[in-house]
Design a binder for this molecule. Structure first.
Ligand code: SAH
Ligand code: MG
Length: 209
C-alpha cells in the first residue's frame, strides 16, 4: 500500500481537522490505488483541508486531480455552542463559519494548490450538475441521515467500475457515534454494487464491482 512522503505526512499532521493519522494512512492508500484509474478523486467535506492534502498528493502522483466539495459553513456539530466548534474559523463580518480561508492556507503550505479543484457549494446541488465518472469518492460531509443519504445517492452512482467509495465515521455501535454514515455503508453493501476492501477504525473502503 502506498504511503505519503514525510513532507506530506507532516503537512497533514499540522493541518486543522478531523482525520486521525491511522485512518489518514488508510485513506491515502485507497486514494493512491484508485488514482491509477486516471479519473478524478472526489471528497465531500473539505473543512480545513486536512484529508484533502492526502487526496491531492495521491492525485498528483498519478497525474489526476482531487475535487473537494464543501459549503464551508460547517456541519451541525461544528456550529457555535456545539461540541466541535472552533471559534477561529468564524468570519467576524458575517458571523458565520467560513473554513475556506484556512483551507486555502493549508493547501498552499502543503504545495498542493494546483492539484485540487475546490467546489464551494452544497453536496446535493454539486452532485446534480456533476456529469463525469469518478475513480474515488470519499464521503466525510454532514452526519445527519439527510446529508449522508444525499451524499450516497448523489455520489455513489458516479464511482466507476473498479473505483473506490470510502466512508468516514462509520460506527456500528451507537455508543461510539452517530449512525447515519453506518447506515449508508450498510446500504452500499446491500445494494450489491460494492464489496468491502478494508476497515480501519471508522474508515470503510468499498470497491464498485
Ligand atoms: N474531511 C475533513 C473533515 C470534514 S468535516 C478533515 O479531514 O478534517 C465535515 C464538513 O462537511 C464541514 O466542513 C461541513 O461544512 C461540510 N458539509 C456538511 N454538510 C455539507 C453539505 N450538505 N454540502 C457540502 N458540505 C457539507
Ligand atoms: Mg469525518
Amino acid at each position: 500500500m502506498s504511503e505519503p512522503s514525510p513532507e506530506i505526512l507532516a503537512a497533514f499532521e499540522a493541518a486543522k481537522g478531523f482525520m486521525p493519522v491511522g485512518e489518514g494512512l488508510a485513506l491515502y492508500g485507497a486514494a493512491a490505488e484508485a488514482a491509477k484509474l486516471g479519473l478524478p478523486l472526489l471528497e465531500v467535506g473539505t473543512y480545513c483541508g486536512r484529508s484533502t492534502i492526502l487526496l491531492a498528493d495521491a492525485a498528483r502522483r498519478a497525474g489526476t486531480v482531487a475535487v473537494t466539495v464543501d459549503h464551508h459553513r460547517g456541519s451541525e456539530e461544528q456550529q457555535p455552542g456545539w461540541e466541535y466548534h472552533d471559534p477561529t474559523v468564524v468570519d467576524p463580518e458575517v458571523g458565520l463559519m467560513d473554513t475556506l480561508p484556512t483551507f486555502r492556507r493549508t493547501l498552499r503550505k502543503a504545495g498542493l494548490e494546483e492539484h485540487v479543484i475546490a467546489v464551494v457549494g452544497r453536496s446535493p446541488q454539486v452532485a446534480k450538475v456533476w456529469a463525469g465518472q469518478l475513480g474515488f469518492v470519499f464521503v466525510d460531509g454532514g452526519h445527519t441521515d439527510e446529508h449522508a443519504v444525499n451524499d450516497y445517492e448523489g455520489w455513489a452512482p458516479k464511482v466507476a467500475p473498479g473505483g473506490l467509495l470510502v466512508i468516514h465515521d462509520v460506527f456500528p455501535n451507537p455508543e461510539d457515534g452517530g449512525q447515519a454514515p453506518y447506515r449508508i455503508y450498510l446500504r452500499a453493501l446491500e445494494s450489491g454494487d460494492f464489496e468491502e476492501v478494508s476497515v480501519t477504525d471508522s474508515l470503510r473502503v468499498l470497491r464498485r464491482r
